[in-house]
Design a binder for this molecule. Sequence first.
Ligand code: ARG
Length: 469
Amino acid sequence: MSQQQASDGLSKTWSQRFETALHPAIAQFNASIGFDIELIEYDITGSQAHAKMLAKTGIISPEEGEQLVQGLEQIRQEYQAGQFNPGIDAEDVHFAVERRLTELVGDVGKKLHTARSRNDQVGTDTRLYLRDQIQQIRQGVRGFQTVLLDLATQNVKTLIPGYTHLQRAQPVSLAHHLLAYFEMMDRDWQRLGEIYERVNRSPLGSGALAGTTFPIDRHYTAQLLEFSSVYENSLDGVSDRDFAIEFLCAASLIMVHLSRLSEEVILWASQEFSFVTLKDSCATGSSIMPQKKNPDVPELVRGKTGRVFGHLQALLVLMKGLPLAYNKDLQEDKEALFDAVKTTKVCLEAMTILLREGLEFKTARLQEAVAEDFSNATDVADYLAAKGVPFREAYNLVGKVVKTSLAANKLLKDLTLDQWKELHPAFEEDIYAAIAPEQVVSARNSFGGTGFDQIHRALESAKQRLASS
Ligand code: ARG
């Protein structure tokens, strides 16, 4: 019998209650097979666990259980070989698999759905899928952190202007800047781990909404599927999508972090900043302006961020008005979830490649940048404050010098010692060393600051965290 031709009993997909077939446009509208085929292997694994449980509890015979498990395995192989391509008439992946199973193993296939509903089935599949994806994304995050750490390790002594309000503030070590992203991504990694615990709960056996009359063993299926617990309440089990929303929050935050770094790379690559050069492998040209080299990778990451936020919003709105328990609205969770997963993965990968081999920091230009501004002004004030001048007084004094220096088109390092002394007798020859960029950075040795001792501590801590996971 062909795959497309339904076997009896499932031919109209639903029960004999229905007299006529669905309107073709409605069948198309109703079907999710076009996208939920993504769940097929999880559906098969979930069904195999269910079949084993049916046999273990005596609801079906051991032979029947074995036939179901084998038949399902065959469908997996067909799918992997590209030979299983159900059409719209299958409606969704769950019906598609059940129908094919019955074609393969005969009437016993019709026993698979005993004590189960598509409602607990789809919830199970989605959790199995997301569990896998979370692990993959966590690995992607770790990969990205590894590149950040490598780059930071190579750039402890590379200084870069630090900004507040996008105005030059104080110079920092480039390593410090990169490690800030390492920390953000570390929280992302942790957050996904915490969410994993709540994704890893089995709704299987909740039935359509109220449980089942059969003596099923939910703990057994949960154990077979390596879920760490089961839903306590069947209504909650079939209608909870908190776990997906939490994931979308976590994915959104990953995207926020990638997008912020993207924005910085885009600025850095501009002629105005000129802090980095994009290598040819990660940049594109313009179709009309021959001189252009565009930062498409970070721009796309920044652009795709909105998609993931949109999916989070979509699921929140999807859920807010749903009465218990299952509603078909829930079928709409999948495309949002799948796209968020794919987008997050591909953006992590692209940014990892960009940072690993697509960027070159222009160190000479950076060195120039940190020396050509007033970002050492705080250090002059700190210098005086360390010599007993009240900080606010010192702050006002330095403000005055900055003003006169700006007017004279000079930098603080250009003042003569006499000029310094005129300003305040506490100034000595060592003021020049105190305001040199490297000293300015090195001196910020408070815990978590940019001082080089702190950077070395931070690098070590980062390394240990990567090694212990
Ligand atoms: N395709 C459906 C979904 O994705 C499966 C569950 C359908 N259940 C139902 N009672 N119609 O949510």
